[in-house]
Write a protein that binds this ligand. Structure first.
Ligand code: MLT
Length: 325
């Protein structure tokens, strides 16, 4: 047999083996988990809980990278461009869906450029204000913002973010228009709310519940039909007769498109063990957030969840005429 043919065949086999080998002993070095919102916010808090839990099951350190800005699309693009070897992951929520409707020139497609690993959490939102906000209860809050909307400021984490969507639903439901103040995340927005620089924020519970309990900010309503177990004295917005306003935020984990199944499987398995981890569930529950079931911590469940959010929430923003660029 022609020695050149043998050499070529050997080269192909070695190359294939080289690709397979790293996948087989994945992970063999530290992993980066990108959270595309600012430190200190709900996204950062949730990502650090899962980084800590998953690294136990994967046996390698997981480093959180807060590349923030443009409603999470800057950090998300970083993962879309990353090598599909499982060492760069993305933890993100609804803005992965809404950015498709918000940005004309998004440098990635949320479905086509990513491999879903699984869903991680689900959690409600709450409407909070600076402490000096001139309303003693939900009824006075609604009356005040309806009468003074033009001079009321609403903080959020950028168009299409969870806090923006919640703010938008509130403005639609109350038929008002506030002055919107965008931030790189609700971590810095909450700091300004505590400092009295902005009036209103509708945020997830991880940061707001402890701040309400410590008296640093005021809560007027949970952004849905039910009260939060952590804030039983705070009514649900529906108790003020405000309809069509019920929002819940889920985070999910993704890898770049092309990441091999032999790498995705251990990642999904580590995520499933983490959502079942009693300590993880307790830590999240204390912040008013639920870890999903192992059944939902799977690629198929995240894929269908994302599709549903693209169809529903993307549509809501387009109808509201909201555009990022
Ligand atoms: C954050 O982590 O800062 C929030 O999830 C941003 C948002 O409101 O979507």
């Amino acid at each position: 047999m022609d020695p050149r043919f043998i050499r070529a065949a050997l080269a192909v086999l070695l190359a294939a083996a080289a690709v397979q080998a790293p996948a087989q002993d994945f992970p063999n070095r530290a992993i980066t988990m990108v959270m595309p919102y600012a430190p200190g916010g709900p996204g950062d808090t949730i990502t650090r809980v899962f980084a800590g839990a998953m690294q136990k099951h994967l046996g390698q350190q997981i480093v959180v990278d807060n590349t923030a800005g443009a409603s999470g699309s800057i950090g998300t693009a970083k993962v879309a461009r990353a090598k599909p070897d499982g060492y760069t992951l993305l933890m993100i929520h609804v803005s992965h869906a809404t950015n498709l409707a918000m940005y004309k020139s998004l440098p990635y497609h949320p479905v086509d450029d990513f491999e879903p690993i699984g869903r991680a959490t689900s959690g409600p939102m709450v409407i909070v204000t600076r402490n000096e906000f001139p309303a003693r209860n939900l009824g006075e809050f609604v009356a005040y913002v309806k009468a003074n909307a033009a001079k009321v400021s609403l903080a959020h984490a950028g168009v299409g973010s969870a806090s923006h969507l919640c703010g938008l639903m509130m403005m639609n439901a109350l038929n008002v228009k506030f002055n919107e103040i965008p931030y790189k995340g609700t971590g810095p927005a909450l700091t300004d709310l505590m400092g009295g620089q902005v009036d209103i924020l509708c945020d997830q519970t991880s940061g707001t519940v402890p701040s309400v309990k410590s008296g640093k900010i005021k809560a007027y309503a949970s952004a849905g039909k039910t009260r939060l177990p952590q804030l039983p004295e705070v009514p649900a917005i529906s108790e003020a007769g405000v309809e069509g306003f019920d929002i819940n935020i889920s985070f999910g984990l993704y890898a770049p498109k092309g990441t091999p199944k032999s790498v995705l499987d251990p990642l999904t398995s580590a995520l499933q063990k983490s959502v079942g981890d009693v300590e993880v569930r307790q830590r999240l529950e204390a912040m008013g957030i639920s870890a999903v079931s192992a059944e939902l911590a799977r690629p198929e469940a995240l894929r269908s969840h994302l599709k549903n959010e693209i169809d529903t929430l993307g549509g809501l923003l387009v109808k509201a005429g909201v555009k990022a660029n």
